[in-house]
Write a protein that binds this ligand. Structure first.
Ligand code: CA
Length: 223
């Protein structure tokens, strides 16, 4: 895969680039927001690893720019105490995050999980559409639209995958099933990530689709 590493710390960036090259990826490094924009304009990466604290701006600006390219996976990198950064980054459209300091094994596992979700978009352009009433979820374009009035909203890969699960089940979908199907590696931390994604997803579909929380069970889309 072609991976864009956006990291201002030279020492950290060198280590990341070396590790990713060794894992067989092609790597481009950008040291700030401006360089990241240039790199994206030159060639859209398959996946980007974006540090949130950059010298000329917040990493979430890079995340938002990358969201113009639905087939690109976005993994943000935050500090241990960077909960705000994580929330801002995920809201900007990141698919997942890693917290510094992370192990190489953890990073590669996260990259693998995110790329599994985006690979389908890169390799199979045929749209997959799920319908509920007048709502249409296109998991290729990652948009939810209402055929009644043309309303439409852009979703991240993760939001799209979660919503597809909800729309293909008439009844509730268990949290464990969502974690398993969307993240492939359920854990306490992923469980909190699901809460964040669910909150942004609810915000985006508000007034169009109700996503109910069934305590101790899971989630259900619909009335
Ligand atoms: Ca930094």
């Amino acid at each position: 895969m072609r991976i864009l590493v956006v990291e201002d710390d030279d020492r950290v960036a060198r280590g990341l680039v070396r590790a990713l090259l060794r894992a067989g990826h092609r790597v481009v490094r950008a040291a700030d927001v401006a360089e990241a924009y240039e790199a994206i304009a030159e060639q859209v990466p398959d996946l980007a690893l974006v540090d949130m604290g950059l010298p000329d701006g917040h990493g979430s600006a890079v995340v938002r720019r990358l969201r113009d390219h639905p087939a690109t996976g976005v993994l943000i990198v935050t500090a241990q105490d960077g909960e705000t950064d994580r929330v801002v980054g995920l809201r900007a459209g990141a698919d997942d995050y890693v917290v510094k300091p992370f192990s190489l094994a953890e990073l590669l596992a996260r990259i693998e999980a995110v790329s599994r979700r985006t690979r389908a978009l890169r390799e199979a352009p045929a749209p997959v559409v799920h319908r509920r009433g007048s709502l249409e979820l296109d998991t290729t374009a990652r948009t939810l639209s209402d055929t009644d009035d043309g309303w439409s909203v852009a979703l991240t890969a993760t939001e799209s995958a979660v919503l597809a699960l909800l729309l293909t089940h008439d009844g509730p979908v268990e949290r464990g099933v969502i974690l398993d199907r969307v993240w492939s590696a359920p854990s306490e931390a992923r469980s909190r990530t699901l809460d964040t994604h669910m909150a942004t997803l609810r915000g985006k579909v508000e007034g169009r689709l109700r996503i109910r929380t069934l305590r101790g069970v899971g989630y259900q889309a619909g009335p």
